[in-house]
Each structure stands twice: as C-alpha cells, then as structure tokens.
Design a protein around this ligand. Structure first.
Ligand code: HT7
Ligand code: ZN
Length: 873
C-alpha cells in the first residue's frame, strides 16, 4: 500500500481560511454542512485540482459560490472529493455529508459513547465528518453550530468560545454556536453532545482574565471529577510560572468518555478524555491513577501552546508537539511531586517501553522518514524518547538558555505549523551554538550503547575515563553515526565523600559532551581512587556498560549525591545477578548477600526519609527488563524463576526490617492522594510483596487481612495483587469478592481483569477466555480489551510467550477479531509481538507462525497490515 515520505512534503495547493460547520446530530443520520472559504495557496501548484480528503463519506450536496455543482464538474467517492477545475481566486464551497455515528466502531470521527456524541479527529479523523484538506498545515478559523434533540443531548460543546444558543422552533431540538478565533488544523476540531454532569470553577489568568473551567462526566459521577479539575488549575498556574504561557479562551472544557482509543485529546478548548484519566475517588482509584490523571490533564492542557498555538507542519513532526509536551508534563509532575522519584519513574517507563521498541523490528527515528499508517507512530519513541531529546537539550545549554529558546520558539512560531528545524533554530539563535550534530537524535533510530572504563594513576593523581559508543542497526539504517551524548557525572571516593571532578571538558554544571565514537576524559587532582558516577539523573537515553565492580556500585547505592544513580546502582547489581541466574552463568554466592545486606542497611537507614524512593530501591528490575538485557535466545520461564529466587533471597535477609516498616507505616488518617502519603503506601505495599516472597504463608495471611481492612483502592488492590501470586482458595475468594463488590464499576473491573490476566500460571489463558464472557467485558470497548487482553500480552511474559505457542495464538485471534471493529486498538495489541526475535528458537518459531497467520488474512486494516509486515521484516 501507499507510503508517505518526509522528503516528498509539499505545501497544500489550497488553503481554507474559514470553516462554518452546521452539525445536526442524529444517532444514525447526522447531517453535516460545511461552508469552506478556500483560496489557492501562493506556495502551491498554480494549476492543481482541488482534492479534499474523505473517509467512508456519503455526499449529499455540493455548491460553489452558491451554485449547485453539476455532475461533470466534480467527482465524489468515499475517500475523496475532487474538483478538477476550481477557481483560481478565493471561493466558497458548501459540502453536505451524512454520517452514521452509531455505526462508527473505529472511534475516529463522530461516534457515540455511552449514549453521548463525541469526536476524535487526530490524526486523520476529520475526513470522516466532512470532506476537507485534512492535514495539519492547513489552519482555519472554525465556527460550529451543533443541533440536537434536547433530551438526547442537553449539553452541546464545541471549540473556542460559546456565542449563541437557542431552540429550534416547532421541534424538541436546540442548538449552540461556538467560535474559535485561533486558526487551527482540522485534527484539533471537536464537538460533544450528550447528557453530562459537571464540576467547575473560575481561573484568573496571569493577566487577570477570568476563564471558566469545567469537567464534564457521566451524571452521578461529579464527585469523582474534583481531582481532575484541581489538576487542571494547577497545570494552568504552572505553565504561567515556568514557561510564561497564558490560556487564551474564555472557557476550557474537559469531557470524560468511556470509549476512547488513547488516553486523551487536546482539541482546542475542548479536551476529550478517556474517563480512566478523569474519574477518581479513594474507593475506586489507586495512587497511580491519581498520578496519571494529574499528568495527562497537564499534558493535554500544555498542548494548548505546544501543539495548538504552534502546531506541526506534517505528521513527521509529531514529536515536535508530543516529545515537547511529554517533557513539559514530566517537569510539571516533578515540581508537584518528588523530582528524583519522578525521574526514576520516567526512566522505568522509557526502558520498559521505548528501549524494547528501539531494539525491535518496529524501531524508527523520533522523526520517522516514512509511514504507511500514521496512527501507528504514536509510539514510545516519538513520545518518550522525544521528551528525552528536549531534556538533553536543556542539559546541554542550561536552564536559562533553555527558557530563552522556548520563549523565542513560541514567539516565532505562534499561529504556524512548524518543524523540528524551527524548534532547534530557536535554541541555536539564543545560544549561538550549532545544533546540527545534536539534531541526529531525531533522525537516527536505535539506543546507543556507551561503554566506559576508568583508570586511576595514584602517582599523578589523575583519573581517566575512556568512552566508546555505538548504535545498533535498525530497519533501513544499517550504519550509524556517533551521537551527541550529554554525560552528567561526578566522582565519589570509596569512603563516600564527593571528589571534585576537575576537567576543562566538564561544564560547571558537571556535564561532559561525548560526541565522537571514542573519547577520553582526564581528571586532575584526584587524591584517592574514585568511583565514577555517570549519567547522573539519566542524562541521556542510552544503555551503558561500566567496568564497575559490584562493590563500587554498592558504594554509589550508599553514598552518591545523585538520587537517580543511587537507585541505578542497586538496579545494576540486581540486574547482573538476575542475568547470571537466568542464563546459568556463574554468580558468586557472596554477591547475593552483599546486595541483600546493602538493601537491608538502606531500608533501615533511609526508609523514613523518602519512602517513595525506598520503595523504588527495593523493587528489583522487571522480567522484561531482564529479557532486554539478555537480548537474545531469551527463556522467559528462566527469568521468572531467577527473579523469584532473588526476591526470596533479598526478602529473607531484610525480613525483620520489612515487617517493622509494614507495621510502622500503617495508614492512620483519611486517604489523601498527595505524593508523600502515596509514597508511604507504596513502600508499605512493597514490603508486603517482599514478605510474601520470603514466606508465602505469612504473605497470604497479611495480604488477606489488608484486603479485608483496606480503606482505599491502593491498599486493597496491592493486597489483591500479592494474593494473585499465591495459588489457592484465599486468592479465588478474594478475586470473587472483589468482582462482586465492584460489579457496577467498569474502571475498577479493568484492574480486576488486569490482575487476573497477569497471573503467571498455566491456567491463565482459560481464565481469560472465561472473563471474555463476563457481562462487564466488551470487545468493542478499548479499555476492556486493553485491560484483559493487552495486559496479558504486555505484562505476562511467561504465559504470552508460552513454549507451546498458545499465548501467541490467543492474542493473534483477538487481533483478528478486533481489527474489523477498531483497527487502532487491534494494531496496538499486535505490537506485543515486537519482541519476538529475542526469544529462544522454539518460541521464536511459534510467534513467527502466529504473525504469518495474521499477515495471510486478506482483509486486514492498514493499521494491522503495517505492524504485522514490519514485525516480520
Ligand atoms: N495528541 C493525542 C493523540 C491521540 C490520538 C492519536 C490517534 C488516534 C487517537 C488519538 N487520541 C489521542 C493525545 C496526546 O498525545 O495528547
Ligand atoms: Zn500529547
């Protein structure tokens, strides 16, 4: 099928300055009349035909400057409307289409969710509403009139500011008119009609303008929307303070819907959210849910500047808005919570999602060069690695120049559709630096590996670090150039004191720019043999091989001033042991005890000071992290056994300390989702989990008691999570009780589906098959499919990768079943296969067979066909 290439970009032949939409909502036959003010683009081809995009559209009427167009002057199909001889001066085109929102199971364009009407237009869903130049570099001012039955849709929302509302005489219908003065691309269009409750407040901006904020939810759930509203207000204040960005409309509305392909959508002035990222109460949401809500509310709000006021020229520039906005939401969460704890969480996500993608057949540059289906490029690479690039830029140029560069970027590019070059140019201008080499991060796929060796010269009192880097081949990029890698570093003496890192090649902020294949750095005046602390705060998205002994690493775990590297040191030692255990390589017995004892000392000393951080230190690398580290011929069962064994050893040595914390950290007051309280719960629940690893009987008793007594969802779910790892009646009873208690709560049942899908036992596939018959499960709802089947594929390495191939076959069957309904959800589920090539031969063959079986299907969507073909390449 057709490939779109960055190098083929050319401006649109026509522009649309104004759009007037009249949308008459009806469950099966919604009428859309679009009046488009068109003109030839001076940058376009002078004699080009006008080709408007469409998708499954039925044309009902067409006129040009008020004259109905005769049949011979245009051609209309479901995918395009072509006028071969359009006027060469400005003209008005009126296009009438009819669409069926009830039949729209793809959840792109106008569709229904829980009886309400809503839209999703990014990336190319607007063409499912009306024929249009559906590309991000065509910016228009929209006026939208929405009409609907009063009973069916008492609430009518659009982009921009409300201008008028009223009754339709002689009917039970009413209408609302919205006007958005800011030119925007079609992907930011939205409307909502339905029965909704709301919570709201007024926000006064930095220049004193009042803005009405509202969060709309299913009626009766208003009491669960308060946290989202609060997070919105905090985000708005933060963006003013940290980036100087003020909101620009009279209203800001958020609507929660229960059928949504992704997390949320930043439509101008009318964000639409997956309700999972809005609704929260202590009884139904965990601490992690609260943190996600805060982050996603902030993310979508921040898009108002990074994405909406400055948008993308074409979809290859997706990271321009997504990477930058993830960076902004990460900074917000770090300021609102604990910075080091949040940084560790970011890196865990990057390693769990982006590193595997970058090492897989689906690897692609942060700015891809080509695509078949753009919806498959909303990836961890574009989002998470994209954010890391912005962070590296800030690390290299410093905080002040970063802010000056951001200001210049917003000033220069406001109201335009920009490129990555425009972004980098702003920083090049304020710093006078050439960022050409740095720009390689956008173009070259794959995770660089940096190897570092250190040599101490006692006589000369010098310490030398030898750096080498290489980036593995990725699809279409067999050879790689060296990257510009910022290495934040320091030196630590073996007694734990910080040593000065004197070198003229290290910036005052402690950053060394490593931008060649090999380089060396010599520190002078080093009075004792140091332990290097490298990539502090994870200063670059690379993998590292350091020639540090476990003993050196335990010095860092204990003493490094950089919290990230304290955590990293413990993880590195644990990873070495896990790899040794899983691959049968020798690991001296002493090392297990050394790690376990270091962790015990750490817990006794540091748990009180920062419980959230302690919880992270006590959590060993996950099974998929170990699989990535091994990298080839992976046996997931061996990794599972290894991790269980190391957990048992650590937990046994730390047992008394863990039990002590568990008792001391018992919840007393009422639940509060703040980071400090969440940190105490996180640590206590990690202790519970480890105690169960040391002694299953004790774990079962403690977890059952906590499950019964819990006063909030965080503690109840954590207890149930521990119980699910322990086969027996206690587990089954608790699962049944939980299922009954939350029978009317779909979002809570999603957690219940996920826990059961994650059980690493032979019976899990059967359990999932039965749960697919559960009344709360629905194959058409993305949250349900992801929580039951997606979790199985992504979070259950031993069962998804069963040696008999049944896990692969099951997921392949579900992909084929979902694809005709919702290609985006099917394609995303299929990405679970991306790691198939690192498996041992037997599993590899089974996975390949399952992929081939999918590929052989004649009627695959473009989304699934694209993923399956790239996975097999
Ligand atoms: N910008 C939004 C992306 C998105 C999306 C993309 C494809 C299909 C459906 C979608 N829903 C939302 C979300 C964001 O990154 O803010
Ligand atoms: Zn985004």
């Amino acid at each position: 099928s057709h490939i779109v290439r960055l190098k083929d970009y050319r401006p649109s032949d026509f522009l649309i300055d104004r759009v007037e939409l009249d949308v008459r909502l009806d469950p099966r036959a919604t009428r859309v009349t679009a009046t488009l003010s068109l003109r030839p683009n001076p940058k376009g081809r002078p004699d080009a035909p006008l080709v408007l995009d469409g998708d499954e559209l039925v044309l009902k009427g067409l006129s040009l400057d008020g004259r109905a167009l005769p049949a011979g002057e245009f051609e209309a199909g479901p995918q395009a409307l072509t006028i071969s001889q359009p006027p060469r001066q400005p003209f008005t085109l009126t296009v009438e289409t009819e669409i069926d929102p009830t039949a729209n199971t793809k959840l792109m364009g106008l569709y229904r969710s829980g009886g309400n009407y809503c839209t999703q237009c990014e990336a190319d869903g607007f063409r499912r509403i009306t024929y249009f130049l559906d590309r991000p570099d065509v910016l228009s001012v929209y006026t939208t009139r929405i009409e609907a039955d009063r009973d069916e849709a008492p609430v009518l929302l659009g982009n921009g500011n409300p201008v008028e509302r009223g009754a339709v005489a002689g009917t039970n219908r009413h209408y609302a008119v919205w006007h958005d003065p800011y030119p925007k691309p079609s992907y930011l269009f939205a409307l909502v009609g339905g029965r909704l409750g709301h919570v709201g407040k007024t926000f006064v901006t930095m220049s004193g303008r009042p803005v009405r904020l509202k969060v709309y939810v299913e009626p009766g759930k208003e009491d669960r929307a308060g946290y989202a509203l609060d997070a919105l207000e905090r985000s708005m204040r933060w963006d003013e303070k940290v980036f100087g960005r003020e909101y620009d409309l009279d209203e800001f509305n958020i609507v929660a819907v229960s059928d949504f392909n992704m997390g949320a959508m930043e439509n101008k002035g009318l964000n639409i959210f997956n309700d999972k990222y809005v609704l929260a109460s202590p009884e139904t949401a965990t601490d992690a849910d609260y943190a996600n809500i805060e982050a996603i509310i902030a993310h979508e709000y921040f898009h108002n500047w990074s994405g909406n006021r400055v948008t993308c020229r074409d979809w290859f520039q997706l990271c321009l808005k997504e990477g930058l906005t993830v960076f902004r939401d990460q900074e917000f969460s770090s300021d609102e919570r604990s910075r080091p704890v949040h940084r560790i969480a970011e890196v865990k996500t990057l390693r769990a999602r982006q590193f595997p993608e970058d090492a897989s057949p689906l690897a692609h540059p942060v700015r891809p060069q080509q695509y078949r289906e753009i919806n498959n490029f909303y990836t961890a690479t574009v989002y998470e690695k994209g954010a890391e690039i912005v962070r590296m830029l800030k690390t290299l140029i410093g905080d002040e120049d970063f802010r000056r560069g951001m200001d210049l970027y917003f000033e220069r590019c406001d109201g335009t559709a920009a490129t990555v070059e425009d972004f980098l140019d702003a920083f090049a201008t304020v710093t006078g630096r050439d960022l050409g080499h740095f720009a390689r991060w956008y173009a070259q796929a794959g995770t660089p590996r940096v190897t570092v060796g250190g040599t101490y010269d006692a006589a000369a009192q010098t310490y030398r670090l030898d750096f080498a880097q290489s980036t593995p081949p990725t699809p279409g990029q067999p050879q790689k150039e060296p990257m510009a890698i910022p290495v934040r570093l320091g030196l630590v003496a073996r007694d734990g004191t910080a040593l000065p890192a004197r070198s003229e090649r290290v910036s005052p902020q402690g950053v060394f720019l490593f931008d060649k294949a090999q380089d060396s750095l010599v520190f002078t005046g080093v009075t004792s043999p140091p332990v290097p602390s490298l990539f502090r705060d994870f200063s670059a998205p690379v993998r590292t091989s350091l020639d540090l002994t476990d003993e050196d690493l335990l010095v860092l775990l204990r003493h490094d001033t950089d919290a990230f590297n304290r955590w990293q040191a413990g993880q590195t030692v644990a990873m070495r042991l896990l790899v040794a255990l899983a691959t049968g390589a020798a690991a001296p017995d002493g090392n297990f005890d050394a790690l376990a004892q270091a962790l015990r000392d750490f817990v006794i000393r540091d748990a009180e000071r920062d419980p959230a951080f302690a919880a992270l230190v006590l959590t060993l690398p996950g099974e998929s992290d170990v699989a990535q580290e091994i990298g080839a011929d992976v046996d997931p069962d061996a990794i599972h056994r290894a991790r269980r064994e190391l957990r048992r050893i650590v937990a046994t040595v730390c047992r008394d300390a863990l039990a002590d914390i568990y008792d001391r950290f018992a919840e007393t007051g009422p639940y509060s989702p703040d980071a400090a309280s969440a940190g105490r719960r996180a640590l206590r629940n990690v202790c519970l989990d480890l105690l169960a690893a040391a002694d299953a009987g004790l774990g079962e008793r403690m977890a059952s008691a906590q499950f019964e007594a819990a006063s909030n969802m965080t503690d109840r779910l954590a207890a149930l999570g521990v119980l699910t790892t322990l086969p027996g009646a206690a587990r089954e009873d608790a699962l049944a009780a939980f299922g009954e208690r939350y029978a009317g709560e779909p979002l809570v049942l999603d957690k219940w589906f996920t826990l059961q899908a994650s059980i690493q036992e032979d019976g899990t596939l059967q359990r999932i098959r039965s749960l697919m018959e559960h009344p709360a499960f629905s194959i058409g709802n993305p949250n349900r499919v992801r929580s039951l089947v997606g979790s199985f594929a992504m979070l259950n390495p031993t069962q998804f990768n069963r040696p008999d191939g049944q896990g692969y076959d099951f997921v392949a069957d579900v992909v084929l079943r979902v694809d005709p309904l919702n290609p985006q959800v099917a394609a995303r589920l299929l990405t679970a296969f991306a790691t198939w090539r690192i498996m041992e031969e037997g599993r590899r063959n089974r996975a390949c067979e399952a992929l081939r079986r999918i590929a052989e299907n004649a009627s695959l969507s473009r989304d699934v066909a694209d993923i399956v073909h790239r996975s097999l390449e």
